[in-house]
Design a protein around this ligand. Structure first.
Ligand code: GDP
Length: 178
């Protein structure tokens, strides 16, 4: 808070995409506020949230965009992707269908975002009991490798791996732009 624009060396736009209810809003809230919001749709209508951090002695403002529910109407616009240096494609490890749709999200990203956009695949809700799991971590890791994506499972609920996933993405963007 209270950051002056003048102190910022870089602004990194990162977009979060994936099917409805995979936990995009919660992941974003976890990273920017270190909170899990009980009222999950509290951020509807908000386009992005920011967090400023230091990477390699540079002040980096991460501007993380949320679809704010647009994906339900398949209406994620090219304006949403424009200028994105990074992207997180999120699926829910307990709903196979959301993983099957990842390929479509990756295609959409490739179509709208810049060729050098760094993409991470996130399997969210890793806190759920093993009996609920519908996507094996190995399978997702293999898919990610084929597609040249970073991969991590995470939990917005427990916070597990969320910080690490975002930081890895931001570090990778830093390496591309600096
Ligand atoms: P979005 O539509 O992709 O933005 O998804 P939301 O962030 O609104 O989350 C959808 C639902 O999944 C909500 O009921 C959340 O409370 C729940 N949720 C989100 N992340 C997690 C998680 O890591 N673990 C569990 N168990 N539930 C989660």
């Amino acid at each position: 808070e209270g950051e002056k624009e003048a102190e910022i060396d870089y602004v990194f736009k990162v977009v979060v995409v994936g099917d409805s209810a995979v936990g995009k809003t919660q992941l974003l809230g976890r990273f920017t506020k270190d909170e899990f919001f009980l009222d999950s749709k509290s951020t509807i209508g908000v386009e992005f949230q920011t967090r400023t951090l230091t990477l390699h002695r540079k002040r980096v403002k991460a501007q993380i965009w949320d679809t704010a529910g647009q994906e339900r109407y398949r209406a994620v616009t090219s304006a949403y992707y424009r200028g994105a240096l990074g992207a997180m494609v999120v699926y829910d490890i307990t709903r196979r269908r959301t993983f099957e749709n990842v390929a479509r999200w990756v295609e959409e990203l490739r179509a709208h975002a810049d060729g050098s956009t760094v993409v991470a695949l996130i399997g969210n809700k890793a806190d759920m009991p093993a009996s609920r799991r519908e996507v094996a971590a190995d399978e997702a890791a293999r898919f990610a490798e084929e597609q040249g994506l970073f991969f991590s499972e995470a939990s917005a609920l427990s916070g597990d791996n969320v910080e690490r996933a975002f930081l890895t993405l931001l570090e990778e963007i830093f390496a591309v732009v600096s």
